[in-house]
Design a binder for this molecule. Sequence first.
Ligand code: ASP
Length: 334
Amino acid sequence: MPKTKKILLLATGGTIACKPTSRGVLAPAISAAELLQFVPELEGMCRIDTMQLYDLDSTNIGPEHWCGMAKAIRDHYGEYDGFVIAHGTDTMAYTAAALSYMVQNPAKPIVLTGSQKSIYNRDTDARNNLLHAFAYAVSEGAWGVQIVFDNLVILGTRARKVRSKSLNAFSSIDYPETAVFRDDRLIRFLPTPQDRPPVRFCDRLDPAVFVLRLVPGMGADIFAALKDHYRAVVIEGFGVGGLPGGEDGPLLRAVRDWLASGRLAVFSTQVQHEGSDLSVYEVGRIARELPGVLEARDMTPEAVVTKLMWVLAQTRDPAAARALFEQPVQHDLL
Ligand code: ASP
């Protein structure tokens, strides 16, 4: 008889656990143990323990909570066959990316899920998502940090929230889904990695990362203000990326100074699909030739930001930091 798997459910809040408040808005109020009562199908699928980590709208979740989740997984890694994290959808892709860097090469699945409608709603997606999250977590060959949502299993480093209201809220950006559920049957697209190095935990992040979204006509003054507070900047340009203002422009000078001070700068794009490529245009070439500059290429914005937070916590040496950033982790860089 196959052994019954043991899964730890970590609850953090989110719409899935929301009830209406006296002010007529939603706030997390349903505990991890209560969530499970809504999904009787889980009975007999596996043994489940619960841990109520937070009670937060995911808008309030950030690096300190990612460290808390990584620590909970690390502390209980030996006791369980997998982990399910119930989480708000708004920042779930950030959490999934952050955990992909903080828990590398996990032999046990770490599955995030949530819902667009509270588990109390008659037409909720919470029951289906929770059921599938556990079904994936106990399946043979389940791996890595994944988001399970609306029948899709998506790598934590490739996931984005692409719809604010519809049930198909998440997409895998420019990469196949790990698997899909079709009529409750799990169909895998990505193979389980073989010969994985041992799991590696990290419990620190440096949040000193700023995202600068270029708008046409933007000046360079902002860099002086950023210097006191940030060690890395992500410059979200247009199209395949680049910097306005030309070779002698104030923006190029500001980024050159920023890099010369030992900080990191990553060029990326505001376009959702297909990433940046600074080698195409003159506006890209001037950025690409800056000494020490990094390029996001096909990484998601969530992966770029959380990878930088992880990198900055590992080393203060800019060259070592750049080398770490360029090292692919769980298919973040293709
Ligand atoms: N505001 C909610 C949250 O992210 C939205 C959701 O969970 O769908 O916590």
